[in-house]
Write a protein that binds this ligand. Structure first.
Ligand code: EPU
Length: 417
């Protein structure tokens, strides 16, 4: 049980280096199932979820190691065990990203069906329907999805919703399908573009990633490659939100302002001064944040992953903010934790009405998921007294050296265990 202790500290000063994106790195690791050989992935964050994906690849017969230069080396040999067991899928839903690559590479996949999680029920029906459209068949047996396929055959798939995971599974399955796969209403997140770039480097022909229509011309063979993971826009957003409550001035080295357009605009309205630089983002905050209205949407909208952090800032704003969660139905469990710190938040369906207070009050709270944990730290930076964040292991799932990075900016955050 790991815990963090946060006390209000100095205003921020200095520079923090943004790590590679968790949600890209995990999918690139899954994509390495597609072709034999040695992969070198740079800028892969050293976080718990990457460890779980590494364990999954090892369980499938691949080898994964962190090199001395910090790059992740993955070796995929000729034989694969085409199974993602419950113990790993239950700990990390992103394990379902191996479904498409396994069907494409070996024509079979046994992947535990992920259950509900902290965000409510999270089905994978769109993943399955799209892979079925390419010729795969699925059966559910004893909690495992058992998929089979001959060589997949490209076709046009219209996604009901631009699901990140379903788009990724389609890209990986379509890469070696026979003929052309066209994905309409595709997710447009920067991590999708990163996966497409990785696949293209492997020899795939993916066009249009980052737009709502992606065209994949199937190729006969792919090869192992080297690649550098795109910077983590959620981590950058987290440090901007932390700056908004702590005050001060920071440079986010390596952050991509072009992946954060709307967030930068919203945070500007909240009172932050933000300026893109050649290799990062500079930002400054002073005084109380101003209230804003925010609604989450698929990219390029405000990401659902940003909302808990933005709500933490709204709790301290000089007025009433409104937040709407459109992506995940059940993602408000952190609201009760913020309320323990004195936050005034009313939940109305998938909307929050947040009445800002001049000060929050430090309290024992729980990190209910990765982003909610980060939100607790952000609120605690501007709370009177001490905040102890329980279940801080959630934060370690998604943030590399979070405590060190915050300390480097002047925050008073320590790990208790
Ligand atoms: N959905 C379905 N059926 C499906 C797939 C999705 O109904 O087959 C629904 C989901 O239940 C949800 C919505 O569609 O309501 C969006 O889900 P999406 O598939 O886009 O999300 P995901 O691939 O499961 C990834 C990230 C999440 C991030 C979302 C949205 C990874 C590993 N996870 O999840 O990140 O919130 O996209 O951007 O890439 C996090 O990093 O903490 C995190 C939760």
């Amino acid at each position: 049980m790991s815990r963090l202790l946060v006390r209000p500290g100095e205003t921020f000063r200095g520079e923090v280096t943004i790590s590679g994106a968790k949600n890209s790195a995990l999918k690139l690791m899954a994509a390495s199932v597609l072709a034999e050989g040695r992969y070198v992935l740079r800028n892969v964050p050293d976080i718990a979820d990457v460890g779980i994906m590494g364990r999954l690849l090892e369980a499938m017969g691949m080898s994964v190691r962190r090199r001395e230069d910090a790059a992740l080396e993955i070796v995929r040999g000729p034989a694969l065990v085409a199974e993602a067991p419950y113990e790993l899928v239950e700990r990390m839903r992103a394990s379902t990203a191996v479904l498409g690559p396994l069907l494409s590479a070996v024509g079979e996949a046994r992947v535990a069906l992920p259950g509900g999680d902290d965000f409510g029920s999270r089905p994978i029906d769109m993943h399955l329907a799209s892979l079925e459209a390419l010729g795969a068949t699925f059966e559910l047996s004893h909690g495992m999805i058992e998929g089979r396929a001959g060589r997949l055959v490209g076709c046009e798939v219209v996604l009901e919703y631009p699901s990140v995971g379903a788009t990724e599974n389609l890209l990986m399955a379509g890469a070696t399908a026979q003929g052309t796969t066209t994905v309409r209403n595709a997710a447009r997140e920067p991590e999708i573009s990163d996966l497409a770039a990785f696949l293209n480097r492997m020899g795939a022909r993916v066009l249009g990633a980052g737009s709502p229509t992606i065209v994949i011309e199937g190729v006969d063979e792919l090869r192992a490659v080297e690649h550098t993971v795109v910077p983590d826009r959620v981590e950058a957003a987290t440090f901007l939100a932390a700056l908004a409550t702590a005050g001060g001035e920071v440079t986010l080295r390596g952050a991509r302002a072009d992946h954060l357009d709307l967030l930068i605009e919203k945070m500007g309205r909240m009172g932050l001064r933000i300026s893109p630089e050649a290799d990062g983002i500079w930002a400054m905050a002073s005084g109380r944040p101003r209230p804003v209205d925010v609604a989450t949407l698929p990219y390029p909208g405000i990401a659902t992953d940003f909302l808990p952090m933005l709500v933490a800032v709204m709790c301290l704003a000089d007025g009433t903010s409104y937040a709407t969660e459109n992506v995940f139905a059940g993602r408000f469990r952190y609201v009760g934790e913020l309320a323990r710190m004195g936050a005034q938040i009313r939940v109305e369906g998938h909307h929050l009405v947040v009445d800002g207070s001049a000060r929050l009050s430090g309290a024992p709270v729980r990190a209910v998921d990765i982003r909610a944990g980060a939100a607790m730290v952000i609120a605690a930076l501007a709370a009177d007294g001490e905040t102890t964040i329980h279940d801080a292991g959630h934060i370690d799932r998604g943030y590399e050296r979070f405590v060190d990075k915050l300390q480097g900016l002047g925050a008073d955050v320590t790990r208790l265990d």
